[in-house]
Design a protein around this ligand. Structure first.
Ligand code: SF4
Ligand code: SF4
Length: 115
């Protein structure tokens, strides 16, 4: 569930407001996103993933669990970091571990020889 919008980091780009599927945020008069309907949060992490400056923290719990921004350490924006989204990061899909794919056999001509 969304817990923190860091006023210190936020650049008021509105991306989190736009991507939230359940309209959790309002835009406050100062331009910062305001968590207006926390109970509607689906813990989908989309806002945190799209925030370009790692200003959001979505807790993995499905119920409110107030946290202190100062005590978060490097957890702020950490979901986006794990995805590998953001300048200078390696996309998570590149780091995924899976079975090695076999290369296809080289094509054969009509005589059955390979090129
Ligand atoms: S975690 Fe998903 S539902 Fe919750 S505020 Fe962010 S985008 Fe909206
Ligand atoms: S996506 Fe990040 S920087 Fe943009 S408005 Fe939301 S919290 Fe602020």
């Amino acid at each position: 569930m969304i817990e923190i919008v860091s006023a210190e980091r936020c650049i008021t780009c509105d991306k989190c407001i736009a991507v939230c599927p359940t309209n959790v945020f309002d835009r406050a008069p100062d331009g910062l996103p305001e968590i207006a309907r926390q109970e509607d949060c689906q813990t989908c992490f989309m806002c945190e993933a799209y925030c370009p400056v790692d200003a959001l923290f979505v807790s993995p719990t499905t119920h409110p669990e107030p946290v202190d921004e100062a005590g978060l350490g490097d957890l702020l924006g950490s979901y986006r970091e794990r995805l590998g989204w953001g300048r200078g990061r390696t996309p998570g899909a590149r780091l995924a571990v899976g079975p090695e794919l076999r290369r296809p056999a080289p094509p054969r001509d009509k005589k059955g020889t390979t090129s």
